[in-house]
Design a protein around this ligand. Structure first.
Ligand SMILES: [Zn+2]
Length: 208
């Protein structure tokens, strides 16, 4: 039993990621809940101005409605991951529905980028046993974060203050959202500061 637990911990540590690869100065920007016809292009323009790459965890039905936005995200050199088909909280639906949420979003993304699998980030970051076991079984990374910007709750000035108080370090994954302008306004202030501090912004490995 102890051996099985150790093996599970080892596999889980490898597949459940709250931090990205370290290189001395790598910080990983991640954006959930897009693509958004009113926001995503503005965010892509800001990232391009700073040569920053990000990872977008997309909602399947929103990607299906705006495939051109997904194409532009990929063309910008960013990574695309799976954030479920309709963003239903996994704890409120059955086993079969949870698996369908993952598979349907993967199918939508595959039709756009040709990749068979995408890293999964569950809605609200709530991991269930079904999500954990299915990602382990399929050897698909489950990507969470080490820093929550709280852009879904705070205004952009408060987000700036919060992230200045806990500046990201090498390997940190920061959670932002792409369905409102809070992250965009905060990053207009923070990205130049972080650049001056020597940080780089690579994409995570999210698909294959
Ligand atoms: Zn979300």
């Amino acid at each position: 039993m102890n051996f099985i637990w150790q093996m599970t911990s080892l596999l889980t540590a490898n597949l459940v990621r709250t931090r990205g690869p370290t290189s001395g100065d790598s910080v990983y920007l991640t954006f959930d809940d897009g693509p958004d016809p009113a926001q995503t292009d503005r965010l892509l323009a800001l990232l391009a101005r700073h040569n920053a790459k990000a990872s977008f965890f997309l909602i399947g039905e929103r990607a299906e409605a705006s495939p051109d936005l997904v194409v532009r995200i990929l063309a910008g050199g960013h990574a695309v991951g799976n954030h479920s088909m309709t963003h239903q909280p996994m704890r409120q639906i059955g086993t079969r529905a949870q698996l369908q949420q993952i598979d349907q979003a993967d199918a939508v993304l595959q039709r756009i980028d040709g990749n068979r699998w995408h890293a999964f980030r569950p809605p609200n970051g709530r991991v269930t046993w079904v999500v954990l076991l299915s990602t382990l079984w399929r050897r698909r990374p489950l990507v969470l974060w080490s820093i929550d910007s709280m852009d879904y709750k705070l205004d952009h000035q408060a987000v700036v203050g919060r992230l200045r108080a806990m500046p990201p370090k090498d390997g940190d994954i920061i959670l932002f959202h792409d369905d409102g302008e809070c992250a965009l306004l905060a990053l207009e202030v923070l990205l130049p500061e972080w650049e001056r501090a020597g940080m780089r912004f690579p994409p995570l490995e999210c698909a294959g």
